[in-house]
Ligand binder design. Structure first.
Ligand SMILES: [Zn+2]
Ligand SMILES: [Zn+2]
Length: 285
């Protein structure tokens, strides 16, 4: 018997703002949403606009399961933080409207009691949104954690957490399963010439790192205080930490397919096993 499946699927790889146009059609315009398959379990990370398509897919799969009489699994959705590009898809997640579904929502970037529930209540709230989470018919459970906590959301999967260098706090994740690992490091910034040792240690030897590469090194001096990093810094971290595969993620809204093709070429020259994040991309580890 082969190894159990362990993979990342990107439902949205854009950062900051969804950007759908003719010039972004190949890499996609939806914002952050990553599905991690660990054997028969699936974990979702971030609820950017890419979450809508992920939810539609899961709703179709749930119907198939029901027809076959197989039991459904609970869904687990983790937030890095709640800037709009990481939460805007949340109200449009089809499984929330299915009374036979249970969704666990996890977050650790805010402080105080009931922080995960507060985050959702404050987002789905007039005058910014017409209805609150009371419209969900699924069973929704909110889970709070503190950064650095080690989580065990489902059997045989360990999720480690790390504070990132971002406005309003943000959490990096390292998902460990079957002796392998996938690290999801977005949104974070760096100081040029001074590698973030916390991240280097956290992602040490990881089989795949998905990293905030909003900018290029050449653009960085203009945007040094925007809370994001560069694809080149991702390469430097990958080399320093012995990362096995590197995925460039959280693309600027203005980045066209042609721009990303060019970064792909440059990045592969600097680090062979690298991918430019695009919607639908699956990376197996
Ligand atoms: Zn973001
Ligand atoms: Zn952010």
């Amino acid at each position: 018997m082969g190894k159990p499946a362990f993979q990342a699927k990107l439902w949205g790889a854009r950062g900051t703002l969804a950007s759908d146009s003719k010039s972004t059609v190949r890499y996609g315009g939806n914002t952050a949403c990553v599905e991690i398959t660990c054997g028969s379990e699936r974990l979702l990370f971030d609820a950017g606009s890419g979450l809508r398509a992920a939810g539609d897919h899961m709703a179709r799969e749930a119907k198939k399961l029901d027809r076959s009489g197989a039991p459904r699994k609970n869904l687990n959705l983790f937030f890095t933080h709640c800037h709009y590009d990481h939460i805007s898809g949340l109200p449009f997640f089809a499984p929330f409207f299915d009374p036979k579904t249970t969704v666990n929502i996890w977050s650790g970037h805010l402080s105080g009691p009931n922080k995960t529930q507060r985050m959702i209540d404050n987002y789905m709230c007039p005058p910014y949104f017409p209805v609150g989470p009371e419209v969900f018919s699924a069973s929704v459970t909110y889970h709070d954690f503190e950064v650095h906590d080690i989580l065990k959301p489902v059997k045989d999967v360990v999720v480690k957490t790390l504070p990132l260098n971002h406005h309003d706090e943000c959490v990096g994740y390292r998902i460990e399963f079957d002796g392998r690992s996938i690290s999801y490091i977005t949104d974070t910034t760096h100081i040029p010439g001074k590698m973030d040792q916390g991240i280097v240690e956290f992602v040490e030897g990881t089989d795949l790192m998905i990293y905030d590469a909003t900018y290029t090194d050449a653009e960085f001096p203009t945007f040094w205080n925007f809370g994001h990093s560069t694809w080149e810094e991702g390469v430097r971290i990958s080399k320093a930490a012995g990362v096995k595969r590197y995925c460039v993620f959280h693309h600027r809204p203005s980045r066209t397919d042609k721009d990303l093709d060019k970064i792909d070429e440059q990045c592969k020259r600097a680090f062979k096993r690298s991918w430019i994040g695009r919607e639908g991309l699956v990376i197996k580890v």
